[in-house]
Design a protein around this ligand. Structure first.
Ligand code: ADP
Ligand code: MG
Length: 696
């Protein structure tokens, strides 16, 4: 039996270990760095490094790595061993300098031109606010990754900057509201992670899964998720064994994995952790995805994190639950008991509403990818239009404030915040509006647009920065006010009135919503190429630079990188399709068509007058489809050539959106039809039925 409390965090250099292994002075100095962001004293770094090394070596580690998140979104690591030659042998060595800063020859990480203009190398810098941990035989040190020019080449640096910006402005606002105790405000995040588990043997037989991480072909089997019999259903033994292993590994790494269940699609599952701070949860989520993939293989499974691995069934997202906590333990997005608490709550609530409305384009682009384009807008995923769901009660409260009307028949007086008692809001736990991109769920916002494989650093960076910016404008205004109470009331009223267009409680799939959204002036950025220009839109650049979250150069780099990744991703998919069709599907279908025709011919010769109608019809139909596949494959190849010869990244992306993806869709349709007509044993790779129902 595993003793979970004993195992929990056993692979993490956490507070308990630090307390036990560091001298009091060193510990106190390190704690100041962690809590207050003070620069670490170099002499302290040596002591911390030595303690870390001893601890890691005792746990069997032989290497260390600066663990960082380049802009590809995947975590990167380069392992160095601890060994240093000494007296004819070796000792295990690790200095403070090696802990704090690493140089990495990382010219192959995307930099969008940032590094080229400065220096070829980048460096990694220890983030002491996220604990080091052991993975396999390696001590992993969470780090930020920058160019020598100081530009962020990773996802962590802007996230840390956004957390600082939000802290600055939120504390300012709280002071103006009369708070004396609060010293810091920190965003909290809990990321629910969806994924598919499929059999590894089946996976290995499909080039599309190998190269693209998602299926590019596959006819819909007779049954998928219609009966809703998978959702929260019994977990199959092999999957349960995987989950047990995964939980234990996550707990050892200090990740508070809490709930797990089957999701809607067959073979789809979800894991939710207990929430923590935005920075640590970002690292934890990266680690979770990595461990999921590694542990799946141990069980003969593959973990698919693609946003839409299978057409026609639900895709996988990541629900980013976000709230704001003070160091005094108050959730600022939790409705309070007193009028004062409620005024404070409403102010932070409208700040998020205003931020989401003003920076909807940035929210959209923060979750844009070729894969997510296939997921958004269908099968329980939110649409591409950013909108917000508040629930009936809060909407009614805010409507009443806007119109200076009583909140309900029960309330006799018009609400003046901070003067009259506001109704105690009930926690609206009835929200099951699954199509809402950003839903208020009682004491937190749940942002449901991120795709399953994405780092949550990007979206939280944008939410933090946007809310910080709005809070800054509120603080500026409250500071100038002669009558703060009246100003507060007016501020909430005005902010709600100006930004309530983002609030939408209806069905996001309804055909009338895009038209309604357009009337409201909301953005409808359907695809990644449509969304990417938001990164360099002047208003967005102004906000992000004002909050010191990104430099203008970094945003331009992001723009380039996003386009480049989009272009490469879809181009690889197209090439994979072309290859699968040319070397697998066409030979299989045409051989089968020939075989059927041949049998029919034989029967005709041997037994004149007794030819099978079935065989004749089928061979004719298959011959026609074969021609069609061949023609569409050639058409795809031609578009691929045009894409390849287009230089400009934005032009290339537009071509991909407008011509390559439609050509891929057409080719897929005929191939899927061919699949439904071809004898099972002759189809060249496992079908949807085998992939979706193959694990038991
Ligand atoms: P729901 O059923 O509404 O999705 P859950 O209680 O299951 O809510 O929580 C879903 C995720 O939200 C979990 O990861 C949880 O830890 C996280 N979460 C809960 N409260 C907060 C909060 N105040 N801030 C951030 N995340 C939270
Ligand atoms: Mg949820």
């Amino acid at each position: 039996m595993t003793n979970v409390p004993e195992e929990f965090g056993s692979l993490v250099f956490d507070e308990r270990v630090m307390k036990a292994r560091l001298s009091e002075d060193v510990y106190a100095s390190l704690e100041r760095t962690i809590r207050e962001g003070k620069q670490l004293d170099p002499s302290v770094a040596n002591a911390v490094a030595a303690a870390m090394r001893d601890w890691a070596v005792e746990k069997g580690a032989t290497h260390y790595t600066h663990w960082f998140q380049p802009l590809t979104g995947i975590t990167a690591e380069k392992h160095d061993s601890f060994i240093t030659p000494a007296e004819g042998g070796v000792i295990m060595d690790f200095s403070g300098r090696e802990l704090i800063r690493g140089e990495t020859d990382s010219s192959s990480f995307p930099s969008g031109g940032l590094r080229a203009t400065f220096e070829a190398r980048g460096y990694t810098a220890w983030d002491p606010t996220s604990y080091a941990f052991i993975k396999g035989k390696t001590l992993c040190i969470p780090t930020a990754f920058c160019s020598y020019g100081g530009h962020a080449l990773d996802k962590k640096t802007p996230l840390l900057r956004s957390i600082e910006a939000l802290n600055r402005q939120a504390v300012r606002v709280l002071k103006l509201l009369g708070s004396r105790e609060v010293k810091s405000v920190i965003p909290c995040v809990g990321a629910e992670q969806e994924y598919f588990l499929i059999d590894r043997k089946a996976y290995m037989q499909r080039e599309d899964l190998l190269f693209a991480g998602r299926t590019l072909f596959g006819a819909k089997p007779p049954k998928t998720q219609e009966l809703d019999d998978h959702y929260a259903g019994m977990i199959k033994p092999r999957v349960q064994a995987f989950m047990d292993d995964l939980n234990l590994e996550l707990w050892r790494h200090g990740v508070l994995a809490k709930t797990e269940h089957n999701e809607v699609a067959p073979s789809q599952h979800e894991l939710a952790p207990i929430y923590g701070t935005a920075n640590t949860e970002t690292d934890h989520n990266q680690l979770t995805m990595e461990l999921m993939q590694r542990i799946a293989e141990r069980h003969g499974l593959m973990c698919l994190l693609a946003e839409k691995p299978f057409a026609g069934v639900n895709g996988s997202g990541k629900h980013n639950n976000w709230s704001l906590a003070t160091d005094t333990g108050i959730n600022l997005l939790s409705p309070g008991e007193t009028p004062h608490d409620n005024a404070q709550f409403l102010l932070f609530l409208v700040a998020v509403i205003e931020a989401a409305d003003r920076y909807q384009g940035l929210l959209r682009v923060s979750i844009a990818s070729a894969g997510n384009d296939h997921r958004l807008g269908a099968s329980e995923a939110p649409p591409a239009i950013v909108s917000m769901f508040l629930g009936d009660e809060l909407t009614a409260v805010l409507d009443a404030i806007e119109k200076d009307e009583p909140y309900s028949a029960g309330e006799k007086t018009v609400m003046k915040l901070g003067v009259h008692t506001l109704p105690r809001f009930l926690r609206d736990t009835t929200d099951r509006n699954r199509t809402s991109p950003l839903a208020f769920t009682g004491n937190k916002f749940e942002f449901r647009m991120p795709g399953a494989p994405m780092s949550i650093a990007g979206v939280n960076t944008i939410i933090n920065a946007a809310v910080a910016d709005v809070l800054q404008s509120y603080a500026d205004r409250l500071e100038q006010a002669a009558d703060p109470e009246a100003a507060l009331h007016e501020l909430i009223r005005e902010a709600y009135a100006s930004h309530k267009r983002i609030i939408f409680s209806g069905n996001g799939y309804d055909a009338s919503w895009p038209a309604e959204a357009e009337k409201r002036g909301l953005l409808n950025l359907r695809t990644t190429p449509d969304a990417v220009p938001q990164l360099i839109e002047p208003g967005n650049v102004a906000m992000l630079t004002r909050q010191k979250v990104y430099t203008e150069a970094e945003l331009h780099a992001h723009y380039e990188i996003k386009l480049d990744i989009y272009n490469k991703t879809v181009s690889i998919e197209a090439a994979t399709m072309n290859d699968m069709v040319t070397r697998q599907i066409l030979p299989a279908v045409s051989a089968y068509a020939d075989g059927v025709a041949c049998t029919a011919f034989h029967k005709q010769a041997v037994l004149p007058g007794r030819k099978s109608l079935y065989e004749n019809r089928l061979s004719e139909e298959l011959a026609g489809i074969t021609e069609s596949i061949d023609a569409k494959n050639a058409a795809l190849k031609a578009v691929m050539e045009t894409v390849r010869s287009t230089e400009d990244a934005a032009d290339k992306a537009a071509l991909i959106r407008d011509r390559l993806l439609p050509a891929m869709a057409e080719l897929r349709t005929v191939c899927d039809t061919a699949e439904t007509l071809t004898e099972k044993s002759r189809w060249p790779f496992p079908t949807y039925a085998e992939l979706l129902f193959g694990v038991y």
